[in-house]
Design a protein around this ligand. Structure first.
Ligand code: BTN
Length: 329
């Protein structure tokens, strides 16, 4: 997270001196720029949502920072070592997963490169579905990884991510977040998070895996009601708890848990997550219906296998193991 634009360097100075005014002259000397140039940078910062007092003969003083996920705002909370070392921030874009794939294919982007957007105009879900991504309301991010694992273990990545996000939401916001296999996180049966892992591979190895995660944080009930054509009822942390989430802090904390879990998964496999997955799973011990590509299966959910397949027992007492599909509510 280097090569900051000048306006963010100016911002750092204002933040360090937030109790006092910093004169335009002092800033212009520091950066060897004219005072008009400094003024223009300040206007840019104001456009981004920073509240900055400008008083003639005194200078500038920062009052408030916006809750945005710029490198500048997020970096002071981040404690990761690999995740987000390379960071691509967009105010608005189609889909972070699409950009992440382009970056992964066209460059040697290191593992852990994060692409984040305040808004997605073409946010993608599984099975060609849409992920509605309202501006400045949630976290919409993709992480480029290059996992050195056998290809048949790839579906476990989604399960590991779902486990981390469900635990994170439950622990930080004290709501019962549940995993709906394979890739949804629900609170009170409404969807708060979706995960979309997209890969490029050959027969032997994974070239890259894009870990796409969308979480609804601060959408209000009214905003959620306007989301149409969904296969699920959406919710947000705010809608469930009345907490207005500090997105920067949430993002940084989540990224740290994701990094640790990803490293543990690469080293120790899914077995390390199996019990935790079952702890947060939706409907363990209950009757569920699963749609696979070829059939509809009903049964009581027993748990998950070491490989990450769903284990069900049917009315006939037979145990079935399902490797791909979707639980329907
Ligand atoms: C699903 O519900 O099926 C998965 C939704 C995944 C949404 C996230 S938001 C960030 C990333 N970019 C996308 O276009 N999709 C994922």
């Amino acid at each position: 997270m280097n090569n900051q634009p000048v306006r963010y360097k100016i911002l750092s100075i204002l933040k360090e001196n937030n109790q006092i005014f910093t004169s335009g002259e002092e800033i212009s000397k520091t950066f060897n720029l004219s005072r008009t140039a400094i003024w223009k940078h300040i206007q840019e910062l104001k456009k981004e949502g920073y509240e900055i007092f400008s008083v003639p003969k005194k200078g500038y003083q920062i009052q408030k920072s916006p809750d945005v996920l710029t490198e500048e705002e997020v970096s002071r909370y981040l404690k990761t070592t690999d995740f987000a070392r390379d960071y691509c921030y967009y105010v608005s874009l189609g889909s972070t997963n699409t950009i992440a794939k382009q970056i992964a294919e066209s460059s040697n982007a290191p593992e852990g490169t994060v692409i984040v957007a305040e808004e997605q105009t073409e946010g993608k879900g599984r099975m060609g579905r849409q992920w509605v991504s309202l501006k400045n309301k949630g976290i919409y991010m993709s992480i480029i990884t290059r996992p050195k694992i056998p290809i048949n273990r790839a579906p476990q990545i989604t399960l590991m991510l779902a486990t981390v996000v469900a635990r994170f939401i439950s622990n930080h916001y004290h709501v019962p977040a549940k995993i709906k296999w394979p890739n949804d996180i629900l609170i009170h049966q409404k969807k708060v998070c979706g995960i979309l892992v997209e890969m490029s591979s050959d027969l032997d190895s994974i070239h890259y895996a894009i870990l796409g995660i969308g979480i609804n944080l601060n959408q209000t009930a009214g905003e959620l009601n306007m989301i149409e054509n969904q296969h699920y009822m959406p919710t947000s942390i705010r809608n469930e708890t009345d907490i207005v989430v500090n997105r920067r802090v949430c993002f940084a904390n989540l990224l740290l848990e994701l990094e640790r879990a990803y490293q543990a998964f690469i080293e120790n496999g899914f077995t390390a997550f199996k019990d935790l997955w079952e702890e947060y799973a939706y409907s363990i011990g209950k009757e569920i219906t699963v749609h696979t590509h070829s059939s509809i299966i009903q049964g009581t959910l027993l748990g998950i296998t070491d490989q990450g397949a769903l284990s069900l027992v049917g009315k006939d007492g037979e145990t079935q193991v399902i490797y791909s599909g979707e639980i329907v509510l």
